[in-house]
Design a protein around this ligand. Structure first.
Ligand SMILES: [Ca+2]
Ligand SMILES: [Ca+2]
Ligand SMILES: [Ca+2]
Length: 207
């Protein structure tokens, strides 16, 4: 009896511990850990395309004959900008006393608009004007002298174009137009009150 009891005690001592069910099985440890997605960097915003600002003087009515110079002078401007341009603070000047502001207007890329000494097309020889300047030849405005002058187009302190001419340049009754090659010549096409030129439209090629 004593021996049997001893064996029972021994068996009890070597009995395997109860399975708690918490140990990982071999299958569990082979299962790959779920892959966490790498945090993606924020995409760089597309840089805004830089706006190129450009404005060219493409036609000048210096010496109109259908009406007086004070009413009939005009300047055609072509936008070479890459975006709409708000011409707020546009000034026209020469190397002497002339320096005038033109009231704000918008010009689209590739558009030609005309600024005039007189905005009334019944008085200016029949020209549609996007803006006007105060005409004056004695420092009280701006005039395009028939005998030679300069014209600078200035926006925000930057000279966007400059034209200089002498007494051989202007033609009575005809605007001087600049073609795509940069050549200047007198207009042929009659407009409005009988003078020649193409205010607000493309200039023909010079001969
Ligand atoms: Ca003139
Ligand atoms: Ca002048
Ligand atoms: Ca023109």
């Amino acid at each position: 009896m004593l021996l049997l009891a001893s064996c029972a005690v021994e068996q009890a001592l070597v009995a395997p511990p109860a399975d708690t069910g918490t140990r990982p099985s071999a299958r569990d440890s082979a299962r790959p850990e779920p892959v966490q997605p790498e945090p993606q960097p924020e995409p760089e915003p597309e840089p805004e395309p830089e706006v190129v600002v450009g404005l060219l003087v493409t036609e000048l009515m210096i010496d109109p004959t259908a009406v007086d110079d004070a009413n009939g002078e005009w300047i055609e401007l072509l936008s070479t900008s890459t975006a709409d341009l708000v011409l707020d603070g546009l000034t026209l000047r020469d190397d002497g006393l002339d320096d005038v502001a033109v009231a704000s207007f918008v010009i689209r890329p590739g558009e030609r608009l005309v600024v005039c000494a007189d905005g009334d097309d019944r008085a200016n020889g029949g020209v549609a004007c996007a803006g006007t300047w105060t005409w004056g030849s004695l420092g009280d405005g701006l005039a395009l002298a028939n005998t030679g002058d300069e014209l600078e187009v200035v926006l925000g302190g930057v000279v966007l174009d400059r034209v200089v001419w002498d007494d051989r340049f202007s033609v009575p009754g005809a605007a001087l137009g600049r073609d795509d090659d940069g050549q200047w010549c007198a207009g042929d096409a009659v407009f409005g009150g009988g003078d020649r030129g193409t205010p607000g439209s493309v200039n023909p090629d010079c001969p």
